[in-house]
Design a protein around this ligand. Structure first.
Ligand SMILES: *[C@@H]1O[C@H](CO)[C@@H](O)[C@H](O)[C@H]1NC(C)=O
Ligand SMILES: *[C@@H]1O[C@H](CO)[C@@H](O)[C@H](O)[C@H]1NC(C)=O
Length: 334
C-alpha cells in the first residue's frame, strides 16, 4: 500500500504548494479593503506631517496668532475675514442615566461657552435627540451606529454626522471656554493638535457640509471593524482620533483643514491631553482614557509605519492561514 501511495503524495505536495500560493493571491485580493485600511491606519505616523506647513495654523503660514494675544476674548466673528463656520455650539451627552449626570455635573462649564458666544444656536445631543437625528439624516448608517459595541464610538460618530449636517463647533462637556472662538471661524475646519501625531476630536470646528467632515462620515462603515479584537484599537481605529487623523492625512489637499498647535518652541500649547489650561480652554475632565489610548496606538503605529513591507508579509501570512483553515473546515464538512 505504501509503495502505491508515495509518488501520489509527492505529486499532491506540489499541487498543494501551487494551491496555497493561489489562495494567498486570492485572499489578498478578497482582503484588499482590510489591507488598505490597515495600511492607512498603521502608516499615519509616517504620513501625518507631510505638508504640515500648510495645515498647521501659524503666523507665517496663515497669518494667525496661535497665542490669541492679538484677539479680544469676546471676538465671536472672524471679521474682517468671512465666517466659514456657522455660529452653532454642539455638546454630546449620551449614555442613558450617565448622560443626565454628566449634564448636571458640567452644567456651569458648558454654560461658560454659551455665555461667551451670545446669540449662538446651541444643541445638546442626548440619546433621544441623537437617535432621531441619525434616523432622519443618516438612515443608511443607523443600523451600524446602533450596533457599535462601545458608547464612545456612537459619540464620536455622532460628532462627525452633526458637524457635517449643521457645521459649527463641537465641544466636549468638560471644556470651559476662556475666550470666544470667533478668530477661528475664518477656516473651513479646525481641530487641536494631539501628541505626538494627529488631532483631537473633543473640539472641532467646521463649515456646514465640509467635504472632509463628509469623508469622516463616509468612511465610518469601511473602518468599522473589531481592530485586533481589542477595545482600545477598535475605538481609536473605527471612530476615534486616530481614525479621524488618518482620513485627514489622506485628503488630497489638506490646506484648509487646519490643525491648531503652538509655535515650534511650545508645540503643545493647545493640546487637550489631561487636565490643562490652553489659551482657549480649561480642560477640567481627565481624559486619561484618550491619552492612554493615543500613546499605545501611536507607538504601535510608528513601529508598523516604518516596517510596512514586514506588515504586508505578515498580513499575507494571516490571510493565507485564515483561508487555508476555512478551506480545511469546508473540506471536513463535505
Ligand atoms: C500680533 O500683533 C502684533 C503687534 O500688533 C503684530 O506685530 C503681529 O504681526 C500680530 N500677529 C499676528 C499673527 O497677527
Ligand atoms: C489646495 O487648496 C488651497 C486652498 O483652497 C489652494 O490655494 C491650493 O492651490 C490647493 N493646492 C493644490 C495642490 O491643489
Amino acid at each position: 500500500m505504501g509503495v502505491i501511495h508515495l509518488p501520489a503524495r509527492h505529486r499532491s505536495h506540489r499541487w498543494l504548494v501551487a494551491c496555497l500560493i493561489g489562495l494567498v493571491v486570492i485572499g489578498a485580493w478578497l482582503g484588499r479593503a482590510l489591507l488598505f485600511e490597515s495600511w492607512t491606519l498603521a502608516s499615519l505616523p509616517a504620513f501625518w506631517w507631510s505638508g504640515s506647513d500648510r495645515f498647521l495654523l501659524s503666523a507665517a503660514g496663515s497669518d494667525f496668532d496661535v497665542s490669541f494675544a492679538n484677539y479680544s476674548t469676546t471676538q465671536t466673528s472672524a471679521a474682517p475675514f468671512d465666517d466659514r463656520v456657522p455660529p452653532i455650539l454642539h455638546h454630546v451627552a449620551m449614555g442613558g442615566a450617565g448622560a443626565a449626570r454628566q449634564i448636571e455635573q458640567w452644567k456651569e462649564v458648558r454654560q461658560s461657552c454659551l455665555d461667551i458666544h451670545p446669540g449662538w444656536e446651541a444643541h445638546i445631543w442626548t440619546d433621544e435627540k441623537a437617535n432621531a437625528f441619525v434616523a432622519e439624516q443618516f438612515p443608511e448608517l443607523r443600523e451600524m451606529w446602533d450596533g457599535y459595541k462601545f458608547p464612545i464610538q456612537r459619540i464620536d460618530a455622532l460628532r462627525y454626522m452633526v458637524l457635517y449636517h449643521y457645521g459649527g463647533v463641537i465641544l466636549d462637556m468638560d471644556l470651559q471656554c476662556r475666550r470666544a472662538l470667533g478668530p477661528l471661524r475664518r477656516f473651513d475646519f479646525v481641530a487641536p493638535a494631539a501628541h505626538p501625531t494627529g488631532f483631537s476630536v473633543g473640539f472641532m470646528m467646521a463649515s456646514q457640509r465640509n467635504p472632509f467632515v463628509g469623508a469622516l462620515v463616509r468612511n465610518l462603515r469601511p473602518y468599522n471593524r473589531a481592530w485586533l479584537g481589542l477595545p482600545y484599537p477598535t475605538v481609536m481605529f473605527s471612530t476615534g482620533c486616530h481614525y479621524a487623523s488618518t482620513i485627514h492625512a489622506y485628503q488630497p489637499n489638506r490646506t484648509t483643514l487646519k490643525v491648531l498647535a503652538g509655535p515650534p518652541d511650545n508645540f503643545r500649547l493647545h493640546s487637550l491631553n489631561g487636565h490643562v489650561q490652553t489659551p482657549i480652554f480649561n480642560h477640567l475632565g481627565s481624559s486619561s482614557w484618550h491619552s492612554y489610548d493615543a500613546a499605545l496606538i501611536v507607538s504601535v503605529g510608528r513601529m508598523l509605519g516604518h516596517k510596512l513591507p514586514i506588515l504586508a508579509v505578515v498580513a499575507g501570512v494571516v490571510v493565507f492561514v485564515v483561508v487555508r483553515r476555512t478551506k480545511r473546515r469546508r473540506a471536513v464538512r463535505v
